[in-house]
Design a protein around this ligand. Structure first.
Ligand SMILES: Cc1cc2nc3c(=O)[nH]c(=O)nc-3n(C[C@H](O)[C@H](O)[C@H](O)COP(=O)(O)OP(=O)(O)OC[C@H]3O[C@@H](n4cnc5c(N)ncnc54)[C@H](O)[C@@H]3O)c2cc1C
Length: 323
């Protein structure tokens, strides 16, 4: 492993909207800030066609918003390098971040690695992602006013988000079992909603489109193997969302599903390690919420480092007095 010479004040892991905002706040407070990212800066915004719920823009393409955020993030001297972080080691008041063959030494770390949606893995899913295929009702529901949607899944997210989508569209929940896994209260709300229908024992085999957008789903009945095609304008997939936190599981800062637990200041159980955005245990995972978390963490990291300097200076002064 090659240890880099610089000692950073803050290392931010992940350059999605959360991480970029944290790096912006930290570097603007004159902290020596490094942004480590294993892909293209922007995170999930790079996979988003149109964003209509980020204030300041009536509508903006996800990659364009990512580019603009990156430009403003870098203006106060933060460094950005490629790095796929595998581990953080706590070494007294230092935090050592391991990424590939390099290790980086820092006073504070902000984890902003996001989450990912489990995919169905069927033909058409990737092709029509952002063109009818979605994993986020709050993000994309409003694009489907007066349309017909399929929602795939039977857990809390599928049923809750499916019900949410009925304010825009008629919804058919396609589930592979003959009963839902969602909590009873969520199920009851869906069963009472006239705009929700169900297709049971049903496996989505393919998402069909006209080359531009989704036009339907091909469904196989698990018991009879009968194949049917249903015309829909969009398919919302809720078969699991997972935190990107494998590299941090040994720190003991996650819940049983791997989401990182923080307080409202984005502090984890380990001093000097913060977590923000989608990787955090929270209810609403959006660009706005990630950005809000990032501002808070950048600010708290500044306060943490000030305290640390004060503490170290006091300890040094005490040692000199003894001498
Ligand atoms: C298809 C889609 C459409 C969406 N539409 C909208 C919308 O319209 N409006 C809205 O508000 N929200 C939308 N969202 C949600 C929004 O994109 C997320 O809530 C937001 O991007 C989360 O920001 P984040 O910074 O926490 O994480 P992310 O954006 O996920 O960024 C995390 C970054 O960390 C990096 N990373 C992960 N692990 C490591 C590692 N070990 N080492 C180094 N780097 C790492 C990743 O490469 C990534 O760049 C959408 C999401 C999806 C999937």
């Amino acid at each position: 492993m090659e240890q880099t010479e610089t000692i950073y004040d803050v290392i931010v892991i992940g350059a999605g909207p959360g991480g970029m905002t944290a790096a912006l706040y930290a570097s603007r407070s004159n902290l020596k800030t490094l942004l480590l990212e294993r892909g293209i800066p922007g995170g999930e915004m790079n996979n988003t066609a149109e964003v209509e719920n980020y204030p300041g823009f009536n509508s903006i393409l996800g990659p364009e918003l990512a580019e603009r955020m990156y430009e403003s993030t870098m203006q106060f001297g933060a460094e950005h390098v490629y790095g796929d972080v595998k581990r953080i080691v706590v070494d007294g008041d230092y935090r050592i971040v391991e990424a590939g063959k390099k290790t980086y030494k820092t006073r504070a770390v902000i984890i902003a690695t996001g989450s990912y949606h489990r995919k169905l893995g069927v033909p058409g899913e990737a092709q029509y992602n952002g063109r009818g295929v979605s994993y986020c009702a709050v993000c994309d529901g409003a694009f489907f006013k007066g349309k017909k949607l399929a929602v795939v899944g039977g857990g809390d997210s599928a049923v809750e988000e499916g019900t949410y989508l009925t304010q825009f569209a008629d919804v058919n929940i396609v589930h592979r079992r003959d009963e839902l896994r969602a909590q009873k209260v969520i199920q009851d709300r869906a069963f009472k909603n006239e705009k929700v229908s169900f297709t049971w024992n049903a496996i989505v085999e393919e998402i069909k489109g006209d080359g531009q957008k989704v036009t339907g789903v091909v469904i196989r009945n698990k018991n009879t193997n009968e194949i049917t095609e249903e015309a829909v304008d969009g398919v919302f997939i809720y078969v699991g969302i997972l935190p990107q936190s494998d590299a941090f599981l040994d720190l003991g800062i996650t819940d049983e599903e791997g989401w990182i637990i923080t307080n409202e200041h984005m502090e984890t159980a380990i001093p000097g390690i913060f977590a923000i955005g989608d990787v955090r245990q929270k209810l609403l995972r959006q660009i706005t919420t990630a950005v809000g978390d990032g501002g808070e963490a950048g600010n708290r990291a500044f306060a943490y480092i000030e305290d640390l300097h004060d503490r170290l200076a006091a300890a040094e002064a005490a040692a000199e007095t003894v001498d």
